[in-house]
Design a protein around this ligand. Structure first.
Ligand code: DGL
Length: 274
């Protein structure tokens, strides 16, 4: 099927998920929406995140998308169940695939999850892991400063090292053998995280698993793009695009040239986007 795949996130972090989707599905066209006017999601309530997620999916729906990926871990944790049934296309989040991978990977049954405050407080990862492995022991830690660090492009240096080390203390003390990067921004800090972790810990990036998941869904539902035509990616944001263009490549691993701004009241002025 020629229709595009829709992807949304609270901002530019979801580009780490898009990176894996483009790697996994090089022939698919994608519409990416970053809700930069309302970022961060990671501090907000379930009710608010659900409303934002509905609006973002409605925006993507105007492009006639065939399926959607919620790249934001906070929105996947808090809103996926509520929004899934409201649309006529399949919707994949990052939490279930990440949790499945962690449950399969652990040997000692001890899994760490790091994410935003809202993700951690929702217990979504914990519940999804326990569904797959009821005997697992899960420790979660919110790392709220990781998002602004990544968005400042601050991925090196002593301050970053100290913050990473401090946030990971509860996870390391719990003797986990598997750590889930439960936030879009954390892959950007992966090197710093690996420096602090004891050797031998399996780090799960749910973006990789979600990309495989959406590929499987497209296949199972016969929604794959036909032939080998080159994919096309369009980027939309809800606020001024310059930061997205400047920092996006750190998250996506390739340059971004054109970003379109969707303006107006929430519910989005869809006339701009057609
Ligand atoms: N995209 C969010 C997440 O993955 C991080 C940024 C935010 O708080 O909006 O949870």
């Amino acid at each position: 099927m020629n229709a595009a795949l829709g992807v949304f996130d609270s901002g530019l972090g979801g580009l780490t998920v898009l990176k894996e989707i483009l790697r996994e599905l090089p022939g698919e066209s994608v519409i990416y929406f970053g809700d930069t006017a309302r970022v961060p999601y990671g501090t907000k309530s379930r009710e608010t995140i659900t409303r934002f997620s509905m609006e973002n999916l409605k925006f993507l729906q105007t492009f006639g998308i065939k399926a959607a990926v919620i790249a934001c871990h906070t929105a996947s944790s808090l809103a996926l169940d509520a929004v899934r049934g409201a649309f006529g296309f399949p919707i994949v989040g990052v939490v279930a695939p990440g949790a499945a991978k962690a449950a399969a990977a652990t040997k000692n049954g001890r899994i760490g999850v790091i994410g935003t405050r809202s993700t951690v407080e929702s217990h979504a990862y914990e519940n999804a892991i326990l569904e797959r492995d009821p005997a697992a022991k899960v420790v979660s830690a919110a790392c709220p400063l990781f998002v602004p660090l990544a968005e400042e492009g601050m991925t090196e240096g002593d301050i970053v090292r100290q913050i990473v080390a401090q946030y990971l203390v509860p996870v390391i003390d719990y003797n986990v053998d598997t750590l889930v990067l439960g936030c879009t921004h954390y892959p950007v800090l992966l090197e710093r995280i690996l420096e602090v972790l004891p050797p031998g810990i399996t780090v799960v990036n749910p973006a990789v698993e979600a990309a495989r998941d959406i590929a499987e869904v497209l296949k199972a539902e016969s929604l794959e793009a036909p032939g080998h035509h080159r994919h096309d990616t369009r980027y939309f944001v809800s606020d001024e695009p310059s930061k997205f263009v400047e920092l996006g490549p750190l998250f996506l691993g390739r340059p971004i040239t054109r970003v379109e701004r969707v303006v107006e009241e929430y519910g989005w002025n869809l006339s701009n986007a057609a």
